[in-house]
Design a protein around this ligand. Structure first.
Ligand SMILES: Cc1ncc(COP(=O)(O)O)c(C=O)c1O
Length: 436
């Protein structure tokens, strides 16, 4: 990995954060279409990865490739890698113990597995609270469980005008029968950040398990599971510049107490008890390298944010500083995007748009434009080298509430820290040209 000193400065003379020099780490940003560099605004569907990640995957397969627990060097390297990956993710999420980190293929599969384990403790008439704002991965597993166990699903509503959770409705749906409260940290469609600290407290007071889907929030801000006090928090590393893997944080006492679906020789202790079969070792190597990349980025900003992360040191502090810097940088970008979209003829932007609300959203923006289907817009942007998603992105309940499903959903523009103001301007110019 290059030394920090070889990187250009990442703070301007005015003190504003500029992360554009970090683009040099991402080889895929050099891809061109029709003579122009491509613009990745498909980030909520999956982000690009730094060269360190690509190299680490290849290096693992070249010199460490083995199963775990063997008496020989490649197996020992693999054991060490797994320990490093658990410790690294504990740093990223500020978990108190690496055993609280569980790896799996993706967030959805981990959530189906954990929900089944939780289901063993449910009885008929128990209640599970989900929300209309969530990705289906934090709804369908709980709905399937409720069907199987005779539990009752209570879905918290949204305020369609702002695409925020109706907190009064959610509060009223948590009762003494509630066993699980499943809620997203941030919406993968409209970008709303939920007040999960309050929701977790409500769940705890009711004696219910809190299950947080942080897939969409993780690339955009620092996460502290200890400060939040949540029971579970899931994310996916391919959404935060790593390979295709899912990660689940679980409170140690719960991971110990709940019964896992597992084979007999596997460990009875977390995390092994929850990590079924053989893990994707090469992707775990890639994840460790992505964390190195983020820690290096954060190293430039530890002084700036030290007051925000009291008690953290080393890589843990660097990772949190990195995500704080990313959050600050992205707020400028998304403000620019929303300001520009406000002048686009026929555009409807869903979600929070006021400048004072930028703290309550991630830079994931959803819109429709009169006279153009979302697919038409995405198809018109694609040959211009600008990649955006259209459809429902599995935020099905939200799309139905907004009555957008029949028209093909909406266009989603999702920014990441390697995007620039120039790219936002290119998108705005292209949209103005397409819309006329
Ligand atoms: C908010 C949110 N939750 C869950 C998921 C599912 O993640 P995975 O693909 O890791 O199962 C996604 C994927 O887009 C998402 O955006």
């Amino acid at each position: 990995m290059p030394e920090s000193s070889t990187m250009p400065p990442t703070t301007s003379s005015t003190g504003a954060i500029d992360l554009s020099p970090r683009r040099a780490h991402f080889p895929s940003l050099a891809l061109e279409q029709n003579g122009q560099p491509v613009v990745y605004f498909d980030n909520p569907g999956g982000t690009q990865v730094p060269q360190f990640c690509i190299d680490a995957i290849s290096a693992y397969l070249s010199a460490s490739n083995a199963n775990t627990g063997g008496a020989f060097v490649t197996s020992q390297r693999t054991d060490a890698l797994l320990a490093e990956a658990h410790a690294g993710m504990a740093d990223l999420l500020n978990a108190s113990d690496p055993r609280e980190i569980i790896f799996g293929p993706n967030m959805t599969t981990l959530t189906f597995a954990m929900s089944r384990a939780v289901g063993r403790t449910l009885t008929v008439g128990d209640e599970i609270v989900i929300t209309a704002l969530d990705h289906d991965a934090n709804a369908a597993p709980w709905q399937a469980l409720a069907e199987e166990r005779g539990a009752v699903i209570r879905m918290a509503e949204i305020d369609p005008a702002t695409c925020t959770l109706d907190m009064a409705d959610l509060r009223s749906k948590i009762t003494e029968r509630t066993r699980v409260v499943a809620v997203g940290y941030a919406s993968n469609a409209v970008g709303t950040i939920n007040d999960i600290a309050t929701i977790i407290e409500w769940a705890r007071d009711a004696g219910a398990i809190s299950y947080i889907d942080a897939v969409q929030f993780a690339p955009h801000g620092p996460i502290d599971v200890q400060a939040l006090g949540c029971d579970f928090l899931a994310c996916s590393s391919y959404k935060f510049f790593g390979p295709h893997l899912g990660i689940l944080y679980g409170r140690l006492s719960l991971l110990e107490r709940l019964a896992a679906y597992k084979v007999r020789p596997a460990s009875d202790e977390p995390p092994g008890k929850w990590e079924t079969g053989t893990q994707n070792h090469e992707c775990l190597a890639g994840l460790v390298a992505t964390l190195d990349y983020l820690a290096e980025l954060g190293g430039d900003y530890t002084d700036r944010y030290a007051g925000q992360f009291v008690g953290m040191t080393g890589q843990r502090l660097e990772l949190h500083a990195a995500l704080a810097a990313i959050q600050e940088y992205e707020r400028g970008l998304v403000t620019r995007l929303l300001t520009g979209l406000a002048t686009l003829p026929g555009a409807h932007i869903y979600g929070l748009t006021a400048p004072e609300d930028m703290q309550r959203r991630v830079p994931t923006v959803m819109l429709t434009v009169d006279g153009h289907t979302p697919r038409e817009l995405a198809e018109a942007l694609a040959p211009r080298g600008i990649f955006c998603w259209d459809g429902n992105y599995y935020a099905l309940n939200l799309m139905e509430k907004l009555n957008l499903e029949p028209g093909g959903g909406a266009l989603r523009i999702g920014l990441a820290h390697y995007n620039t103001a120039a790219e936002v301007d290119r998108l705005l110019a292209a949209l103005h040209e397409i819309v006329g």
